[in-house]
Design a protein around this ligand. Structure first.
Ligand SMILES: Cc1cc2nc3c(=O)[nH]c(=O)nc-3n(C[C@H](O)[C@H](O)[C@H](O)COP(=O)(O)O)c2cc1C
Length: 399
């Protein structure tokens, strides 16, 4: 997909921040695709609060520090990267970018100097073989996100395949035994016919909403026992994605997981689930006091849109920062070039904000640089629904 083929979209030179990719996507993507990508649960309160919570944190910058050289290098899951963030999993990138799917993102991740790690969804439009074969740099890192199927043989084969193809970690999603109530998406019927979807979906029936079609392929009966069982099947590090409570973080560490992603699935699952940045602020001191912070990574995603959001999470002790939707929108509208532009934007924001904060390395980001007094100010406006003006009542609309 090139900009030439879509003359109505603005030139990438006019995009200044990650939020603008969604603005452009909302105006240019097919309605049903934007509905699936943007929908969140119920009244979308957690979705909005995820980002809003970052607005409750302010900085206390240091002065008179030589900030000429800024080093963004970071250790995530034992590996050194040149940046502290990664692309989090998003299903069905092919709906927004039919010709490039996940492959354009793979190429973008491997074409930059910094080699951005990418988490690959179980429900990718492209196959795992295609996605791993598309790497443009042998050093680029791909992780596998696992949705657990009711038929464990399918899941076990998938884990083995991911390991065989060289993916470096297994992120088991644990916040989605069933898809949340995403009403924008539900208004469109999903049919697999003529869709660029994963092989695993080929047999699934028409469903209300794309999320509904995917949900049929996830087991509601997943438990801690399965996680322990996965540990015997693979030598890949296992990370639980979608952890939202301190006791679950502790349990994950105790059973040998290598980390957790504090996440509420971008507000797409249980509405009114706590914003991940709050969970982070509460958990890290507890983990440290129990000595569980060694060799165990706390990652976070949800509403992270600015370099300053990333810095806040790093100050609070996160070791890796996941960003999903902005890259999905960038890929959908502009393909590889859009994702690369999104990397440039966020890296420039990070470097500038570190300079202005008076730090030069990620290891210098500590909680004393933050004023957390507003962190627990909940915003949650009662106006329902947030996207009221966009609601479509067209009968039988199909994705
Ligand atoms: C359209 C869309 C599809 C997603 N698909 C998946 C998925 O397949 N597996 C998964 O674990 N999380 C999935 N997520 C959740 C993201 O990985 C991430 O946890 C969440 O979107 C929060 O990050 P964000 O606010 O930067 O979007 C999806 C999110 C979106 C918006």
């Amino acid at each position: 997909m090139t900009q030439d083929q879509k003359p109505d979209i603005p030139s990438l030179d006019l995009v200044f921040n990650l939020n603008e990719f969604e603005v452009i996507a909302s105006k240019t993507l097919p309605k049903a695709v934007y509905a699936y990508y943007s929908s969140a649960a119920d009244d979308e309160v957690s979705y909005r609060q995820n980002h809003h919570s970052f607005h409750g944190i302010f900085f206390k910058p240091k002065i008179l520090v030589d900030v000429t050289d800024i080093d963004l290098s970071s250790k995530i899951l034992g590996e050194i990267f040149q940046i502290p963030f990664y692309i989090s999993a998003t299903a069905l990138c092919g709906l927004g970018n039919p010709s490039g799917g996940e492959i354009d993102i793979v190429k973008a991740c491997g074409s930059t100097d910094v080699l951005v790690p990418q988490m690959i969804s179980t429900f990718s439009s492209n196959s795992l073989d295609e996605i791993t074969a598309a790497k443009v740099n042998e050093k680029q890192t791909q992780w596998f996100q696992l949705y657990v199927n009711g038929d464990r043989k399918i899941t076990h084969d998938l884990i083995k395949k991911a390991e065989h193809l060289g993916l470096k970690a297994l992120f088991v999603t644990v916040d989605a035994p069933q898809a949340g109530n995403r009403e924008k998406d539900l208004r469109f019927k999903f049919s697999c016919a003529n869709k660029k979807g994963p092989n695993i979906m080929k047999g699934s029936q028409t469903a209300n909403g794309t999320s509904g079609a995917l949900s049929k392929l996830i087991d509601t009966a997943l438990t801690w026992k399965d996680i322990e069982n996965f540990r015997t099947l693979t030598s890949l590090p296992i990370i639980l994605k979608g952890v939202q409570r301190i006791d679950d973080i502790i349990k994950a560490a105790e059973i040998g997981c290598k980390g957790v992603v504090l996440s509420n699935h971008g507000g797409r699952q249980l509405d009114f689930s706590v914003p991940p940045i709050e969970v982070l602020a509460e958990s890290v001191p507890v983990l440290k006091s129990r000595g569980l912070d060694k060799n165990f990574d706390i990652l976070i995603d949800g509403g992270i849109r600015r370099g300053t959001d990333i810095l806040k999470a790093l100050c609070l002790g996160a070791s890796g920062i996941g960003i999903a939707s902005p890259f999905l929108y960038a890929n959908s509208v502009y393909g590889q070039a859009g994702v690369e532009k999104a990397f440039d934007i966020i890296i420039n924001e990070l470097k500038l904000s570190m300079r202005l904060l008076g730090v030069t390395k990620i290891s210098e980001l500590t909680p004393d640089l933050l004023d957390l007094k507003g962190l627990y100010d909940r915003y949650a406006p009662s106006t329902y629904p947030f996207h009221f003006h966009e609601t479509s009542f067209e009968p039988n609309a199909t994705v």
